[in-house]
Ligand binder design. Structure first.
Ligand SMILES: Cc1cc2nc3c(=O)[nH]c(=O)nc-3n(C[C@H](O)[C@H](O)[C@H](O)COP(=O)(O)OP(=O)(O)OC[C@H]3O[C@@H](n4cnc5c(N)ncnc54)[C@H](O)[C@@H]3O)c2cc1C
Ligand code: FES
Length: 219
């Protein structure tokens, strides 16, 4: 949770994924990757070298890679790539095959491929067809899911809603870990602002998530 003002506008911290962490030999470095959508992210984008940021975290529960998984499928919709780069790097370090489906509206919004490890098998999809295949990340899912031991997704809620029936139709329905994006007030379970309904009852995205198994979420 990042304070995105020096005063009271905006008052509430904004939630961000941890995009990258430096190797343990230099523990003070951490990267965020974000899009400017409003006041808080505009303020953040205006910070420069040497400015201080007030952060609260890390909070919640992230993606979990099983030690038995040999093939990982990562689905990134737009800025949803932010937490998945670290998942890809961890998967590669653990010796797994990693396929990343990177989707965006157009080429200009795609995450730069040279920032990914060369071992990552990259599949690009853009809605306007300006790079990779024309279409949505989910158009490629049925084909790619067959080979995957685990699936991880980060993107808009509409993407998760599209994934659910595709995965359900697969033989031996696979678990898909999704990072839920909701508005957050506190980030640690105090304000009840981020509650969602799951098959196990109400859960807080900030404290119990943001990563949940897709099949546990009630839409
Ligand atoms: C767990 C989590 C991780 C996130 N990680 C990242 C990240 O790594 N990079 C990144 O760019 N963004 C991320 N986000 C989204 C980010 O928190 C919002 O973009 C940010 O809070 C917007 O703040 P703002 O003050 O700029 O916009 P505001 O002025 O608050 O809002 C601007 C517009 O964006 C909409 N909006 C704002 N926040 C959200 C939201 N959470 N869900 C849907 N619509 C919203 C508002 O309805 C409004 O239309 C994450 C969100 C969550 C919950
Ligand atoms: S953001 Fe306050 S309870 Fe989750």
């Amino acid at each position: 949770m990042v304070r995105t003002s020096e005063g009271y506008d905006p008052l509430l911290r904004r939630p961000f994924s941890i995009h990258r962490v430096a190797p343990l030999s230099s523990p003070t470095r951490l990267a965020l990757l974000f899009t400017v959508v409003g006041r808080g992210t505009k303020w953040l984008a205006e910070r420069g070298e040497g400015d201080m940021l007030d952060l609260l975290g890390p909070l919640g529960h992230g993606f979990e890679i099983s030690s038995r998984s040999r093939a990982l499928l990562l689905l990134a919709g737009g800025i949803g790539i932010a937490p998945l780069v670290a998942v890809a790097e961890k998967g590669i370090a653990d010796g797994a095959q990693v396929t990343l489906v990177l989707g965006a509206q157009s080429k200009a919004q795609l995450y730069p491929s040279h920032l990914l490890l060369p071992e990552v098998k990259l599949v690009v999809a853009t809605e306007d067809g300006s790079a990779g295949r024309r279409g949505m990340v989910t158009d490629l899912l049925a084909e790619l899911a067959l080979e995957a031991d685990q699936i991880f997704a980060c993107g808009p809620l509409a993407m998760y809603k599209a994934i659910a029936p595709i995965i359900k139709g697969e033989k031996g329905e696979k678990s898909v870990q999704v990072s839920m994006e909701v508005r957050m007030g506190c980030g640690f379970g105090a304000c009840y602002g981020c509650a969602i309904e799951t098959k196990a009852g109400m859960r807080f995205v900030c404290r119990d998530g943001p990563v949940f198994d897709l099949k546990d979420i009630i839409w």
